[in-house]
Design a protein around this ligand. Structure first.
Ligand SMILES: Nc1ncnc2c1ncn2[C@@H]1O[C@H](COP(=O)(O)OP(=O)(O)O)[C@@H](O)[C@H]1O
Ligand SMILES: [Mg+2]
Length: 235
C-alpha cells in the first residue's frame, strides 16, 4: 500500500505560565492512501489536538508530519494555508454551517472565496462561479441532499447538516479528509447513515479518511482502528 501520511515522534504540549501540559508524547503513525483510519480515545486524551496538527491548523511542539514524504512542519504559514486549502477537507463535530446561507452556498463558499481572492490551488486550477456551484450541487446530490439545496441550516436536521459538512469537506477534492467526532451529536440511526456515506465516499473517490471518535460504533465498521492512550498510539 502507498503511504500517504507519516507521523513521526509527534509531541504537543500546552503551556500556562510555567506549567506544561503534555498532551501528545511521541505519536508515531502511518496512514495509507485511500484508507479509512479510525483513531479512538477517551474524552480529553488529545484526539482533536492530534487531528488539528495533522490538518496543519496547529503546529507540534516536536516531531514531523510527512505528506507523500514531504515534511509539512517546516512550511511557512502561507505555504501551510495553500497546502491545507488544497489537500485537506475537514468535518467537525459541530457542523459550523453559516446560518444565513443555504446548503448549496455553504458547500460552495470556501471555493468561491478562494477564487475571489485569487488564491488558486497548487495545481493552478481555478473555476468559474457556475462551475463551483455545479460541483457543489453534484456533491450535495451524492450525499443524498439534491432536494435540499436551497434549505437553510435551521431547516435541516442534524444528520442532514452533517451531510452538508461532508459535501463541503469534499468541495476542493482533497487528498485527505479529517473528521472530528463526525457522529458526535446525532442519534444512532443518523450516525449509521453518515458513516455509510463516509465509507461510500471513501470507496468511490479514493480519498484518505482519518476519523477521530470516542464512539465504538464507528470503529466496529472501520478496517483499522488505533487507540490514543496517554499521548501515544496503541494499535
Ligand atoms: N489550546 C489549548 N490550550 C490549552 N490546553 C488545551 C488546548 N487545546 C486542548 N487542550 C487540552 O489538551 C487536552 C486534550 O484536548 P483535546 O485534544 O480537545 O481532547 P479530545 O479531543 O480527545 O477530547 C485537554 O486536557 C485540553 O484541555
Ligand atoms: Mg475532541
Amino acid at each position: 500500500m502507498d503511504k500517504q501520511i507519516r507521523i513521526d515522534n509527534l509531541h504537543k504540549s500546552f503551556y500556562d505560565g510555567d506549567s506544561e501540559l503534555k498532551v501528545l508524547k511521541g505519536v508515531n503513525l502511518d496512514v495509507d492512501k485511500a484508507e479509512i483510519l479510525v483513531i479512538m480515545g477517551a474524552s480529553g486524551v488529545g484526539k482533536s489536538t492530534l487531528l488539528h496538527i495533522i490538518g496543519t491548523l496547529d503546529r507540534p511542539t516536536e516531531g514531523s508530519i510527512f505528506y507523500d514524504e514531504q515534511d509539512i512542519t517546516i512550511f511557512s504559514e502561507n505555504e501551510l494555508t495553500l497546502f491545507r486549502n488544497d489537500a485537506i477537507g475537514f468535518v467537525f463535530q459541530f457542523h459550523q454551517m453559516l446560518p444565513e446561507f443555504n446548503a448549496l452556498e455553504n458547500v460552495a463558499m470556501s471555493r468561491l472565496i478562494r477564487n475571489s481572492k485569487n488564491i488558486g490551488s497548487l495545481d493552478g486550477s481555478s473555476s468559474t462561479p457556475q462551475e463551483v456551484y455545479q460541483t457543489a450541487e453534484h456533491l450535495l446530490d451524492s450525499v443524498g441532499l439534491s432536494e435540499r439545496l436551497n434549505h437553510y441550516p435551521s431547516q435541516l436536521s442534524g444528520g442532514e447538516r452533517q451531510r452538508v459538512a461532508i459535501a463541503r469537506a469534499l468541495m476542493n477534492n482533497p487528498k485527505v479528509v479529517l473528521a472530528d467526532e463526525p457522529t458526535g451529536n446525532i442519534d444512532d440511526k443518523t450516525s449509521d447513515a453518515v458513516l455509510d456515506l463516509l465509507l461510500e465516499v471513501n470507496e468511490k473517490l479514493n480519498q484518505t479518511f482519518i476519523i477521530v471518535t470516542h464512539d465504538s460504533r464507528i470503529s466496529e465498521r472501520a478496517k483499522r482502528t488505533v487507540h490514543l492512550v496517554d499521548g501515544r498510539i496503541a494499535e
